[in-house]
Design a binder for this molecule. Sequence first.
Ligand code: TXA
Ligand code: MG
Length: 342
Amino acid sequence: MNGVLPVPATAAAIAAAAARLRDGELVVFPTETVYGLGADATSERAIAAIFAAKGRPRFNPLIVHVADIDAAGAIAEVDDRARLLAARFWPGPLTLVLPRRSDAMISRLVSAGLDTIAVRAPNHPVAQALLRAAALPVAAPSANLSGQLSPTRAEHVAAGALAWRVAMILDGGPCPVGVESTVIDMRGPTAALLRPGGVPAEAIAAVVGTLAGTAMAKGAAPPSPGMLSRHYAPSRPLRLNATAAGPGEALLAFGPDAPADAAFNLSPRGDLREAAANLFAMLHRLDRPGVAAIAVMAVPEAGLGRAINDRLRRAAASGDDDDFDRGPAAPCILPDLEDGPS
Ligand code: TXA
Ligand code: MG
């Protein structure tokens, strides 16, 4: 027995996928960052199906995908600062957390009961065509089971359990950016980085002046409910800042000085863009029998390196980390607390 097989994202396939979305079904589609598990953001039932399919805790809200700034303005309060960032980085790997418009026709489950909404306009021709054909705001988390590695190729989705739970998988080839969008909280007087991602934090700071960091006190409710320590994880242990592979380990190298026995090199020339694009696909390939653990060389903590290191640190966090099994600690402003990572 098989799950749904990926179909090439032709115009006809995109039209069929749009119809499935309008019927409240789940569709996997490519974005420039990772593959998304999409559903009609206005349908409570369709959104509930996303949480069920992923095994995602309901306190972790979803990003709503729109074609452009006008569509964002129909569901969220877009102020001048947000408009400036959107003008500079949309369509692209930037998600803005904005106040939800009181008349927004968006499922409450999407934003986990918060009065905010996370929106982004993806920069991928298939995602753009799908959003325009469906003429709906589309909620889409990464198309992986909760806590697992994000998919950057249609095959990653087809190989997993989600393939049994969706109506269609649109294949648009490898995702060019390879790490998820940067998430910025735009509500306070200072914009705050909630998740490093495909737009370097430095580039955002250059537009808005200062960007508050993410320092998260242990035990405090995370500002972004998705900021659970363990996340994006292969099933094998991951060792950071390695310089060589230990016994049973496969080495994921970075840069020109890699040992000759490295399994893969994120970027032999030390290019962070190339490394981000390769990150999840290489982790997927190393997460296999015969590999006891994955050792990863250090990646510089700047630009896209921040997003790469964020994903690697979360993947390496031990399973009994306090956030992993219990979710954010009290006091928790979010309803319907369940166990587990996103
Ligand atoms: O690149 C991406 O962003 C991909 C592609 C598919 O667009 N999507 C993605 O979604 O990574 P997901 O669900 O894996 O991550 C969404 C992140 C989580 O960390 C979540 O907590 C945060 O965005 N988020 C969503 N809505 C929020 C809100 N209202 N306030 C704060 N954080 C929010
Ligand atoms: Mg995800």
